[in-house]
Design a protein around this ligand. Structure first.
Ligand SMILES: Cc1cc2nc3c(=O)[nH]c(=O)nc-3n(C[C@H](O)[C@H](O)[C@H](O)COP(=O)(O)OP(=O)(O)OC[C@H]3O[C@@H](n4cnc5c(N)ncnc54)[C@H](O)[C@@H]3O)c2cc1C
Length: 385
């Protein structure tokens, strides 16, 4: 058993930390206040090779794996939960999925542009009336002979209104239930019959675009199908098991950022003639959050490592996702308490950590859904894949 990072992984960690400190932090307050997505920042991340992990070199990949993607994303999320999203949109979401299920032509055509951020990726599963129950989605693709006609609505889609190429899940044969779902590679900007709009009412992740997509008889080429017609549900579940690890990287990042802020504050703030960090009740809060954070980190790194070894990991990934996202909320909430009134101020980062962390126990399957997966595999009802 090996718990240490390699020199190369440490270098990547430092590079991401440095990038976040120099390129994200200086304008973060203003960017957050103005809900500003900075496309050029995604390009800079791409230039540093952030999006090549878990992808082969022939498609622009860098030969590193999920673990390295987690290490990079964690450092970015320590500073800003919003800026962890591009790892999912450019890399772990569409690119890794096309690498697994795509034809050679699809891999060559799409993956390099996601890795270089010449194309902004997205994946569209959720709908106004279909979230956890993916198979209840209403979006439909009808075979019109020369093309697929796509109609329906997607909701809460990261990158919806800035996205280029990405994955859309739709029913091609509803009578087959979940076996009648397919996955399509669709360009949101260049396809007639597609309208996107931002969701402006989000609680957090203000620099990460989230929006809706409406498909009104959009004509999609026949070769846009990823994998087989009818394989969409399987692809979707496989994809979510990967994007969950990216989400978990965001969770351990946010928790780490919150803990650093809490410790600095506990060492600075004086009340009753002593640093508040000298009081046992503050120490207990810090001890709890540090212990929970380190446990979360180990779960997340292990799940990523299992993926890199090609070993079954769904059980471990769901445990990592459940535990890390809940731990992030606990850490951010404890940090707010330690900051006292200043925790309630937008001048300090504590409230932002808490707002951003809340999203992580919802996305890529809620905490309840992770418990359902963990219990199903534990009880022997489902095989760990
Ligand atoms: C910031 C943000 C970004 C997102 N990005 C994307 C994206 O890029 N692409 C995309 O497709 N989606 C995205 N989503 C959507 C997200 O994945 C869904 O919101 C999530 O899957 C939950 O679906 P829902 O909100 O419809 O909740 P519902 O499924 O309606 O669940 C509501 C509540 O019921 C509980 N529940 C539901 N079913 C069960 C059950 N069987 N047992 C126990 N409890 C249950 C849930 O845990 C939850 O507490 C994003 C969401 C957010 C907030």
């Amino acid at each position: 058993m090996q718990f240490g990072l390699t020199d190369e992984q440490r270098m990547m960690q430092d590079m991401a930390k440095d990038f976040a400190a120099k390129e994200i932090l200086p304008t973060l307050k203003d960017d957050e206040a103005n809900h500003r997505f900075r496309p050029e920042l995604v390009k800079q991340m791409a230039e540093l090779g952030f999006f090549g992990c878990a992808l082969p070199e022939e498609y622009g990949g860098n030969g590193f794996g999920f673990l390295e993607s987690v290490i990079l994303a964690e450092q970015i999320a320590k500073v800003s939960g919003s800026w962890r999203l591009p790892f999912n949109m450019q890399n772990i979401g569409p690119a890794v999925t096309v690498n697994k299920f795509g034809t050679e032509e699809q891999k060559q055509r799409f993956i390099p542009d996601w890795v270089s951020a010449d194309s902004f990726g997205y994946f569209a599963i959720t709908e106004p009336n279909s979230g956890s129950d993916v198979a209840s989605m209403r979006t439909t693709a009808i075979d019109r002979g020369n093309y697929w006609e796509l109609s329906g609505q997607k909701m809460w889609i990261s990158n919806a209104h800035v996205g280029d190429w990405g994955l859309v899940y739709a029913f091609t044969d509803r009578s087959q239930k979940y076996k009648g779902m397919s996955c399509f590679i669709v360009n949101l900007k260049e396809t007639e019959g597609i309208v996107t709009a931002p969701i402006e009412t989000k609680l957090g992740l203000h620099c990460a675009p989230t929006g809706e997509i409406a498909f009104d008889k959009a004509e999609i080429p026949k070769d846009a199908v990823l994998g087989e017609v009818g394989q969409g549900f399987q692809i979707c579940m496989w994809q979510l098991n990967n994007t969950r690890i990216s989400c978990s990287a965001g969770a351990i990042g946010i928790a780490g950022g919150a803990i650093d802020a809490a410790i600095d504050y506990a060492n600075e703030r004086t009340q009753f003639g002593k640093k508040i960090g000298a009081y046992q009740m503050i120490q207990a809060q810090i001890a709890d959050m540090v212990a929970e954070h380190e446990a979360a980190q180990l779960l997340v790194y292990r799940a990523a490592w299992l993926k890199d070894q090609g070993l079954p990991n769904q059980h471990q990934t769901s445990m990592a996702k459940l535990f890390s996202s809940e731990a992030a909320v606990h850490a951010a909430s404890a940090t707010m308490k330690i900051f006292g009134s200043y925790g309630f101020s937008t001048e300090y980062p504590a409230e932002r950590f808490l707002r951003d962390a809340q999203s992580l126990r919802v996305v890529e399957g809620t905490s309840n859904i992770q418990k359902t997966i963990i219990a199903g595999i534990s009880l022997g009802d489902v095989v760990n894949r």
